[in-house]
Write a protein that binds this ligand. Structure first.
Ligand code: ADP
Ligand code: MG
Length: 290
């Protein structure tokens, strides 16, 4: 790479809010075979809100919401913030002994009873029988909702369905990447059903779901072991190791500092379509050098 072409390329990128942190990334971006997008906060807005409450038999929707909000007051997870917000105006009880359960949810005690808030994996691990709520949870996942389960003293209280809208340009970004011969994948800690539904809406068929935070980088490694050059796009603390592992890591500008520090390219406008821009810019820059 001639230093001049690289300077012009990175300068042009910067003008468009695409910050290449090193010259190597500009070259590597021309070679990417697959782009892996984190779901929450990257393909979606990362502004989840509660859209539906389902009570277990003999319980009320408010019982479930109050218990979940009590526990999730202790968490800064985006889903927790959505739950606490929805419970505004309700009499949310005090909790003690909050514990974050990475990739699964959280637990605490209310009036001496253990309360669990989280995904299906957490309920299965704790042997909570969901009964008739199993089918309702599946229906919600099929609609693309993230489902948070609430249990107290070993019994399910209800479900909280949460929606997070796709970023407006996500679908077009996927289509353009595929047109350019780049494969696209979705990587998420969320469940398979929800992930597949949202991926389908965006035109993505490679879905890596139910991935624990510590395993995201391994998924990138597995793709690299298939001989692929991998670009990873993410926003969260969770995504940082995967961004580092990828051949080119792209961070969403509205994301966390850790993600931005770990990435090779920062997308200042938080626009997934700028991944296309970054690749086109790198290809144009390299063409000028030959
Ligand atoms: P992601 O944010 O990419 O979906 P996480 O690994 O942070 O992945 O979480 C995985 C899943 O665990 C979430 O989709 C949710 O179902 C559940 N979860 C995690 N933390 C919480 C929490 N504080 N409250 C409720 N559910 C949670
Ligand atoms: Mg995210």
């Amino acid at each position: 790479a001639t230093p001049m072409a690289v300077m012009v390329g990175t300068g042009l990128g910067a003008q468009h809010g695409i910050l290449f942190k090193n010259a190597g990334a500009l070259e590597d971006a021309t070679k990417l075979d697959v782009i892996v997008f984190d779901k929450t906060g990257t393909l979606t807005m990362g502004e989840p809100r509660v859209v539906e409450l389902v009570a277990a038999e003999g319980r009320s929707e408010d019982d479930a919401l109050r218990a979940a909000a009590a526990v999730d007051r202790g968490s800064d997870h985006p889903l927790a913030l959505a739950i606490v917000k929805r419970a505004e105006g309700l009499d949310v009880p005090q909790m003690t002994g909050f514990e974050n359960l990475e990739g699964r949810g959280a637990r605490a005690e209310i009036a001496g009873e253990p309360v669990l808030v989280g995904n299906r994996r957490l309920m299965d691990e704790e042997r909570i029988d969901l009964g008739a709520l199993t089918a309702k949870a599946e229906r919600l996942k099929g609609e693309g909702r993230t489902v948070v389960h609430v249990a107290q003293a070993g019994r399910v209280l209800g479900l909280i369905a949460i929606a997070d809208a796709p970023r407006p340009s996500a679908k077009a970004a996927v289509a353009k990447l595929r047109e350019r011969g780049v494969e696209v994948a979705m990587l998420t800690g969320d469940n398979e059903g929800t992930a597949r539904r949202i991926a389908g809406e965006l035109g993505i068929d490679m879905v890596l779901a139910d991935v624990l935070p510590g395993q995201k980088a391994d998924k990138v490694k597995e793709l690299q072991a298939q001989g692929k050059k991998v670009g990873m796009v993410g926003d969260g603390v969770n995504d940082a190791p995967a961004l580092t592992q990828a051949d080119v890591g792209f961070a969403i500008g509205a994301g966390t500092d850790v993600a931005m520090e770990s990435a090779d390219v920062v997308l200042m406008k938080s626009d997934p379509y700028d991944v296309v821009g970054a690749i086109e810019l790198s290809r144009a820059t390299l063409r000028k050098m030959h």
